[in-house]
Design a protein around this ligand. Sequence first.
Ligand code: CMC
Length: 430
Amino acid sequence: MADKTASLKLPDGKSLDFPVLSGSTGPDVVDIRPLYSKTGYFTYDPGFLSTASCTSAITYIDGDQGVLLYRGYPIEQLAVHCDFLEVCYLLLNGELPNKTQKKEFVDIVTHHTMVHEQLARLYQGFRRDAHPMAVMVGVVGALSAFYHDALDINNPQHRTISAFRLIAKMPTIVAMSYKYSIGQPFMYPKNDLSYTANFMRMMFAVPAEEYKPNDVLVRAMDRIFILHADHEQNASTSTVRLSGSSGANPYACIAAGIACLWGPAHGGANEACLEMLEEIGDVSKVPEFIKKVKDKSSHVRLMGFGHRVYKNHDPRAKLMRETCHEVLNELGLHNDRLFKLAIELERIALEDDYFVTRKLYPNVDFYSGIVQRALGIPVAMFTCIFSLARTVGWIAQWQEMISDPEYKIGRPRQLYKGPTKREVKPLDKR
Ligand code: CMC
């Protein structure tokens, strides 16, 4: 029995008490599960602004304080002390690995990086100029055709194998989507490289030449992966949970997450941000652009600014900003036109009353697009990289949901405003 209750007074004057549940940190929640059965009312919360859809022990965000914790560890510490696979282990298992656990984990992931040759042939069915996220939705969804019959999602071991496969194969699949789009041969994974160096090699190497990974650039990409690994119950994660709640194949559920992530209000933001910088074109055009953003009738948004949850600062943005400087220094790109433009846009927006009063700050994607562009990643691939990184979060959340004794198929209700019951007239009488 909960210590606290919240009362709801109904229009007929009756009032009802609901238990208030407390998490380990963060706002309490009013448990309204019996609301409909006891009162006949639903709650109305489009966009889930005030709704906790599940219990989770994976990621915690305090948007007002700019805090992001994976399994209790601050993102600022994870980004500095861990690599991406350690973070994957943490998200999946709840604890950071020791040396032996890490070695074993890296070994398993490394030995699952190849994809079935038949999957490689699937790419030929796509147009070369298809958006790589469209290809990703198709190819990751197709993994379910390779791993379905023998998969029992109620078996924890089967779920773990699915997690390993997805984490291991995503870099290969993302890199293949890129290689296909530019007409170059697929590069097979190389097991003596780290997870991230291997990904960069599969992206940028050609069979005709040796490829030497650059440590600074590999570290930058690894940080992009860490910062995007999980983010609580965001739109794509909720999509994965909702699709998974019917008991669907996990690879198909991850494909659903990829589809959701593609949108410019979510993972597509860094791509949209770079397109916006290209459109502005020059530092001298920044004031004019800001004016357009502030004019609501223009429907123009400052991409890479604002966040549904972070209303103070996005802690990932600060880390990405640091990485951005490191990468531009390493490559001697500090005078890059778009980078200078981004810095000026950031400066003006941070001083402008419109953005300050609405608590709109740069988010992680404002800088991650600039970093990825400097690394040589084409703009259309940005969201694919995000989906690679977020796969571990999606699969950890899916695992948590399936093993939760309170899990039910997701089935929201609605406030119906359509026609009430009416009679169908035969065609000649309409
Ligand atoms: N540029 C200009 N105005 C904005 C922006 C923006 N980027 N974001 C919000 N606003 C305004 C909005 O017009 C509204 O103004 P008013 O109160 O006068 O009507 C106010 O700020 C509140 O906006 P909202 O749309 O109610 O806020 P939200 O929490 O629903 O939206 C958001 C969050 C991320 C969708 C939005 O800020 C946005 O569209 N940002 C640009 C896209 C972007 O960078 N997305 C990446 C998010 S980080 C990556 C991830 O985690 O997926």
